[in-house]
Design a protein around this ligand. Structure first.
Ligand SMILES: NC(=O)c1ccc[n+]([C@@H]2O[C@H](COP(=O)([O-])OP(=O)(O)OC[C@H]3O[C@@H](n4cnc5c(N)ncnc54)[C@H](OP(=O)(O)O)[C@@H]3O)[C@@H](O)[C@H]2O)c1
Length: 347
């Protein structure tokens, strides 16, 4: 049998200092050997999240990343070797990394929060990477490595926003803001679950794509700055049962007004600034504002079962070669994408 490992030498991107996209530096090193409980993965693909842009630009909420960080949380690849006492995986398994390496299930702990890849810990923009065996999941069989690499952050966050809080029922309305990674996954999961979806976007072309993917309605938030009024009109004045809130302080006040009495807002993003939030509005509407920080491995596994059952295909906007990783970052920064931006690390 052909050995799974082709080389003892590997390359990885590092961020020596978080001064911007041009700081990304490709460096060579030896392929590591897995120790007890570790799994060596030949990374085939990685995907970008808005957070990765914030990290390389030194504007992440946690402050400056560790010096010389390997960036990106989301990646997929092939298990090459396992260390002693690893029973969950074997060479040849196709896997994706969990965003938080130690959060298996239950409530989030401070330790779990400090185990995020491409942030507190080195990430996946590398040809080979060691993981703790608890920090990996199997890929759905119908997905390529590039599709699998889109799942760990954006998809798990969308899954958590829809299924980690108050239960929703088929026929309930869900509002997704914009057409980035999290929101497109939320649309796909909501459609599979039989929810009605209203999508907003700055672009009519992107709204057409969202309708093609199953959105019932699209609202252009540039043309309708008071877009919550459109959402109310489209829901007979009631508002939606759930908002996938990726906008942050600039959109939250409108999201509150667009939510039905007793509904829930998944508080996810910080794309916008400004805006004044009146807690009384949320209080009088009996809303739940639920903070979401990606999700656990158990959520990832539950999501993968649904992805397999419904044969959901992640929406990939563009795939960039490993050598052009900085171009992938610039493309994400342009915000012209819809869905996920992927880097192919190896064939
Ligand atoms: N809490 C968590 O665990 C978690 C996990 C993942 C992501 N996030 C956060 O969620 C946000 C989205 O992440 P992402 O990776 O999906 O981003 P992304 O792929 O870069 O997508 C961003 C999209 O948001 C839309 N947008 C921008 N301003 C908007 C506004 N004022 N109103 C409505 N939509 C707006 C734009 O869509 P259009 O071009 O269609 O207008 C843009 O393309 C980021 O703040 C990210 O940090 C948080």
């Amino acid at each position: 049998m052909k050995p799974l490992i082709a080389s003892t030498f590997m390359q990885a991107y590092h961020i020596p200092r978080a001064t911007g996209i041009e700081a990304l530096t490709l460096t060579g090193s030896h392929v590591p050997t897995p120790e007890r409980g570790q799994v060596l993965v030949h990374m085939h693909a990685a995907s970008l999240n808005y957070r990765d842009l914030m990290i390389v630009e030194g504007r992440a909420a946690r402050g400056a990343p560790p010096e010389n960080l390997i960036p990106l949380s989301d990646g997929a690849g092939l298990v090459i070797a396992v260390g002693p006492e690893v029973t969950r995986f074997k060479p040849g398994d196709r896997v994706a990394a969990c965003f938080m390496q130690s959060w298996v299930g239950g409530p989030l702990s401070a330790e779990d929060g400090a185990s995020a890849l491409g942030g507190a810990l080195d990430g996946v923009l590398a040809e080979y990477r060691l993981f703790d065996h608890q920090g990996l999941v199997r890929l759905p069989e119908h997905l390529s490595f590039e599709q699998g690499a889109t799942l760990p952050c954006a998809a798990v966050t969308a899954w958590n926003a829809l299924f980690g809080g108050q239960p929703l029922s088929p026929g309930d309305s869900v509002l997704v803001l914009g057409t980035g990674g999290v929101s497109v996954f939320a649309l796909q999961f909501a459609v599979a679950a039989g929810f009605r979806v209203i999508a907003t976007s700055s672009s009519d072309e992107k709204l057409d794509v969202m309708r093609h993917l199953g959105a019932d309605h699209g609202v252009n938030y540039r043309r309708h700055p008071e877009w919550q009024e459109e959402v109310l009109r489209l829901t007979n004045g009631d508002g939606v049962a759930r908002v996938v809130e990726v906008g942050g302080t600039g959109t939250l006040a409108r999201s509150i007004l667009a939510t039905r009495l007793g509904g829930e807002i998944g508080m996810i993003g910080a794309l916008t600034t400004g805006g004044e939030i009146n807690p009384t509005t949320a209080m009088r509407r009996n809303l739940i504002l639920r903070g979401i920080y990606v999700g656990s491995r158990q959520m990832f596994e539950a999501m993968n079962r649904a992805i397999s059952a419904h044969r959901i295909e992640p929406v990939i906007d563009r795939v960039f070669p490993f050598a052009a990783a900085a171009e992938a970052y610039r493309h994400l920064k342009s915000q012209t994408h819809l869905g996920k931006v992927v880097i192919r690390i190896s064939e």
